[in-house]
Design a protein around this ligand. Structure first.
Ligand code: PLP
Length: 368
């Protein structure tokens, strides 16, 4: 069986270093808000090029904390609108609605699966305060036009960088393109912890201070609470693991890129539509997922499984059709719904062997 993602194999590459750091942390007797977290935060801000990195409990919280901090800063208030791609993972939308802000869904560009920047301006109203761009599947979604729109209308650009750590747009990394960015280190992400964790990056001093406080009970000084905060801290042990794995992220992203290139050059089947790097710059995509489209997805998925290849669907139901968003259930987003009906993700990970990659391609080329 070719697994969709073999986490055991990914982490066993670094087993000795991970065990070493775990053992140091156990012996240290210090498990939260310590050196491991602050060291990881410096390494992450250094890697991204941002002034600040704030560790937190998971990727959803990273995004929630950003919007919550903007509310505390008086930049946003209940009922304000946030523009967001309609085909994103539910967490992007939850971060908005959890703060009683209103998501305004925009159709994606079919070639990139990312927010169609040409459709942003027509969706802006007096209540619009931010654009939440999602670098979906690992492909950066940003250009000068988006920045101009945000500047013209005084909007914040918030990045959901859960899937694209390491991607670049003209030498700036995702996570350093907008005003603030949320990261997820869920185990299956390109930089995965061995449990939950997340982070925020920003160049905004005030946002950084407030988000950090909110993540720790709204407190900067122990037992003094400036905000009614959350408990959203990163564990020392996850920070230790992440510092080990951050050293290898560029190497791993490069392997993903090579597998993606092999797939794109060698899969040749008229029933299968391949993903594109829309900017033409290979550095803009880190291939968190390799998502193809097929009009016969269910049959294609079963064919691959019967032949020993696991695939997944990201994602089967769009946010506006979820039960939790009843108020949006009758909205129609034609491209989003088409994408959700056709997408299927092939295995791609830094531990796939050449034989496995070739086998996936051969099987797909024989699918009829
Ligand atoms: C994974 C993910 C998140 C949420 O991250 P968690 O760490 O699971 O909370 C948010 N947005 C996107 C696009 C994701 O893929």
């Amino acid at each position: 069986m070719i697994k969709f993602l073999d986490l055991q194999k990914i982490n066993s590459q670094y087993k000795d270093e991970l065990k070493q750091v775990a053992s140091e942390i156990i012996d240290s007797g210090w498990y939260l808000l310590g050196n491991q977290v602050s060291t990881f935060e410096s390494s992450l801000s250094n890697y991204i090029g941002s002034k600040h990195a704030i560790a937190c409990a998971n990727g959803l919280d990273a995004l929630r904390l950003i919007f919550r901090a903007y509310i505390e800063m008086g930049i946003m208030q209940e009922g304000d609108e946030v523009i967001v791609p309609a085909n994103t993972y539910i967490a992007s939308i939850l971060a908005i609605t959890d703060n009683r802000l209103k998501p305004v869904l925009i159709e994606p560009n079919e070639a990139s699966f990312n927010l169609d920047i040409n459709k942003v301006e027509e969706a802006i109203t007096k209540k619009t305060k931010a654009i939440l761009v999602v670098h979906l599947y690992g492909q950066a979604c940003y250009n000068g036009e988006l920045r101009d729109i945000a500047n013209r209308h005084n909007l914040k650009i918030v990045e959901d960088n859960a899937q694209a750590i390491g991607a670049k747009v003209s030498n700036l990394k995702t996570g350093n393109l907008g005003d603030a960015s949320g990261f997820s280190f869920y185990p299956g992400k390109n930089l995965g912890a061995l449990g939950d964790s997340g982070a925020i990056t920003t160049n905004d001093n005030e946002l950084a201070r407030i988000a950090r406080a909110i993540a720790n009970y709204g407190s900067e000084v122990k037992y003094q609470n400036e905000f009614s905060g959350l408990n959203s801290r990163m564990d020392e042990i996850q920070a230790g693991f992440l510092s080990v794995k951050l050293k290898y992220i560029d190497k791993e992203n490069l392997i993903r890129r090579e597998i993606a290139r092999y797939y794109r050059e060698n899969i040749n089947n008229e029933k299968i539509i391949l993903p594109q790097v829309v900017s033409g710059d290979e550095d803009s995509h880190v291939w968190h997922l390799f998502v193809v489209r097929s009009k016969e997805r269910e049959r294609f998925q079963k064919y691959l499984l019967d032949n020993g290849v696991q695939t997944l669907v990201h994602y089967p139901i769009p946010p506006h059709k979820q039960k939790c968003y009843k108020e949006m259930n009758d909205h129609t987003y034609i491209l989003t719904e088409k994408i959700h009906n056709e997408v299927i993700s092939l295995p791609i990970s830094p531990v796939m062997t050449k034989d496995e990659i070739v086998r996936v391609v051969d099987l797909i080329n024989q699918f009829s």
